[in-house]
Design a protein around this ligand. Structure first.
Ligand SMILES: Nc1ncnc2c1ncn2[C@@H]1O[C@H](COP(=O)(O)OP(=O)(O)OP(=O)(O)O)[C@@H](O)[C@H]1O
Length: 697
């Protein structure tokens, strides 16, 4: 809405004069109402946003102030001259006598003091109003120069040179005060304002600086707005356009100057903006067609101190927007939403795996959901990546989430996204869910068996309807996503136990894949070992025994466990790996009966098999049993404890019990009930002999 300013002058004439340049500067933002004492008086003024008092002589001033409603914005004018007009005054020789002629003697004195303020102090000015008698005029007969402010008609005939300063103009202070009080600082960046203050004979540095700053900000803001390729149209509460950037010009084929200051009805009748007239009802995106071009339109309100001040209409060619979305998707692809592996990365020659790979490769061409079953570490994720990369969706996002990794509510918001304010802590602007990110690509739901029943219902809905609704929103978002789910557990069993929804099971199990565990692919163990070695850049060799152990080991953690062991061995940093180089935890699992002991022990291995801090005590028990075996006598716990008392290694009966139980677990001794007592196994015998050999070396 335009501001209303009452201009209060003594004469109609000066009011007309001021009105010209006030209009030139403020026409777009201010409606001026002119009042003068010699015409309409000040008594019946409109209710204005600001009163500009132009009569400063004391009696008129007091009367003017008494006519202004209380608590109004008031600016008291001050007057100066234009730079150009005082040039000639400056050329007048020093100490000359010069007449200053104006409407009244008072006004002539005011003009003189203004010139003094500007720095013209070396001329003897004589103030003169309209001449009422010849006596006065004769006094000044010798004066050849007169200066006036547009009142040359009062200059006596004997004056030879007349310098007309023209009408006086408001100082910069007056204009800036008006601007600040009316909160229209954007004016300071406009051309008419800038050229006006440039022309003034006197400048106030502070105001100058302020206006420079403001105009700089304006300028920068304009530059920013013009540098973006999204059309921005600023619209105030009266539906008047106050901003129209370059992109808006390009998109709408319309010039900024034809839009600024006009209402949207006048200049943009083809845009459905009327709904926003009083308040911003919605900020949904609308698709509109303008001259055959599809344009997306959204709005964002301008709110200041909780008051609606208008809104920005943001427009973009729909095609540009789509292109940007595509580019963003591609960036996401490069930032994790990308499938890394192909079927070539799934190593293995055994027929059972080859068959699974073949089936999976065929399945990748279909859009139906795939359920991969396999024990932990068998390569389910690897398969999911490979399937996506072999599918027609390979250029689109591959988004993976582990359903066991997040609590239910977080998983829900991750999957479906949420609207701003949907719940405490919901991010400003809301958040897109993984379904949206995976649009036209693949969503991999790992460990789906961990998904809660209520989320299973929601997931089923999304898969059936092919649409998601963000939490806290009502808007339906269409999605086209291929689902690959993986499970460590047999979901069919879970369905039977009522732990997994049958309907969801049938939906995701359209194409099932069963990955065999590593223990069923013994032929692949060494091949995969070599592949992993290559992939982590290590080149150690395994001893035959270790190879044997690897082939026969149960590998409960499957290929992940194999990988972990190989990474450990790479860290051991030896060119040749023996049993004793294997990790202790791994050794504990090994069934020693399957291992040939025709090899050298060293202390490291002994310490790995026997608790190192009590090695001496363990060796004492082993050696005692070794001697007993040689002499074919049987020993029980009690005997061993008693014998120890005659040695340096004192063992209580309880200690002997603990040691024997441990050695028995390691298959170094067997414990029989009754008279046979505890006996060394063959392995136990071998171990003691090797240790004795080592000690003797
Ligand atoms: N056939 C294979 N060839 C080479 N490396 C493999 C093979 N299968 C699995 N791996 C590797 O084994 C590790 C585990 O694989 P992956 O994460 O795919 O298993 P998973 O079945 O998804 O496991 P979990 O159920 O525990 O999530 C990964 O480092 C993977 O690269």
């Amino acid at each position: 809405m335009k501001k209303r300013v009452a201009v209060m002058c003594v004469s109609k004439k000066s009011n007309e004069f001021y009105s010209d340049y006030l209009e030139a500067i403020f026409a777009k933002t201010i409606d001026f109402f002119h009042y003068s004492l010699d015409e309409n008086g000040f008594e019946n003024m409109i209710k204005a946003d600001l009163y500009l008092v132009c009569s400063t002589s004391s009696n008129v001033f007091e009367y003017s102030m008494s006519c202004i409603p209380e608590n109004s914005n008031v600016v008291i004018s001050s007057i100066t001259f234009k730079k150009n007009s005082i040039k000639k005054v400056k050329q007048i020789p020093k100490d000359s006598n010069v007449l200053m002629v104006n409407l009244s003697k008072n006004m002539a004195m005011e003009a003189i003091s203004t010139l003094n303020r500007i720095g013209i102090n070396d001329i003897n000015f004589i103030p003169l109003g309209p001449i009422d008698n010849m006596k006065d005029i004769n006094e000044y007969k010798d004066i050849k120069i007169a200066v006036t402010c547009g009142e040359s008609r009062y200059i006596p005939d004997f004056v030879e040179e007349v310098i007309d300063l023209g009408g006086r103009v408001f100082t910069e202070r007056v204009l800036v005060e008006m601007i600040l009080k009316l909160d229209i600082s954007e004016i300071m960046g406009t051309k008419p304002f800038k050229s006006y203050i440039q022309e003034l004979a006197e400048r106030d540095y502070g105001i100058d600086e302020l206006s420079r700053k403001v105009s700089n900000i304006e300028l920068k803001f304009d530059l920013v707005l013009d540098s973006i390729d999204i059309g921005v149209i600023g619209i105030d509460v009266n539906n008047r356009i106050f901003e129209f950037n370059k992109a808006a010009e390009n998109i709408l084929h319309m010039k900024k100057d034809d839009a600024l200051g006009k209402t949207t009805d006048e200049s943009l009748p083809f845009m459905p903006l009327n709904v926003y007239k009083d308040n911003l009802l919605t900020n949904d995106v609308k698709l509109i067609t303008i001259k055959g071009v599809l344009i997306s339109l959204r709005t964002t309100s301008i709110v200041e101190n909780e008051n609606f001040k208008g809104y920005f209409a943001i427009i973009e060619r729909f095609k540009d927007e789509e292109d940007k979305q595509r580019k963003l998707r591609l960036q996401l692809l490069n930032r994790g939403h990308k499938a890394k592996y192909t079927f070539d990365d799934i190593k293995g020659n055994c027929p059972i795996l080859k068959k699974v790979k073949q089936i999976a490769e065929k399945m990748s061409k279909s859009n139906a959901s795939i359920l991969i079953y396999g024990e932990s570490g068998t390569g389910k994720e690897l398969f999911a990546h490979a399937i996506h990369n072999a599918s027609p969706r390979s250029d689109m996002p591959f988004v993976a989430i582990n359903c066991a990794a997040l609590p239910e509510n977080l998983l829900e918001s991750e999957l479906f996204g949420y609207e701003e304010g949907a719940f405490t802590g919901a991010k400003k602007g809301g958040k897109a869910g993984l379904f949206e990110y995976a649009h036209t690509g693949t969503l991999f739901l790992d460990e789906i068996e961990n998904m809660s029943q209520s989320l299973q219902v929601k997931l089923l809905r999304v898969l059936q309807e092919k649409e998601v609704i963000r939490i806290g929103s009502e808007k339906i978002i269409n999605i086209d996503v291929k689902i690959i789910a993986a499970s460590n557990e047999n979901i069919k069993d879970m369905v039977e136990q009522g732990k997994f929804r049958k309907d969801l099971y049938y939906r995701i199990n359209a194409l099932p894949i069963n990955i065999p565990p590593l223990r069923d692919r013994k032929d692949d163990v060494l091949l995969i070992t070599d592949e992993i070695k290559k992939s982590i850049g290590t080149s150690f060799e395994l001893s035959d025994e270790v190879k044997n152990i690897f082939i026969n080991y149960e590998w409960e953690g499957n290929i992940r466990e194999l990988r972990n062991v190989i990474e450990y061995l790479a860290y051991v940093d030896k060119p040749f790996i023996n049993i004793e180089d294997l990790p202790a935890t791994f050794l504990e699992e090994i069934n020693f009966n399957e291992i040939s002991y025709a090899r050298n022990y060293d202390n490291t291995l002994l310490m790995e098999i026997l608790p190192s801090e009590k090695l001496e005590k363990y060796m004492y028990v082993l050696k005692t049993l070794y001697n007993a075996k040689k002499e074919n006598i049987s020993l029980g716990r009690k005997n061993i404890s008693e014998l120890s008392k005659n040695s340096e290694c004192h063992l209580s009966e309880q200690e002997v019990r603990t040691i024997i139980s441990y050695l028995s677990k390691k298959q170094l001794v067997v414990v029989s009930r009754g008279r046979k007592g505890t006996e060394l196994t063959l392995k136990g015998v071998e171990m003691v002999e090797k240790k004795v050999q080592m000690d003797n070396k």
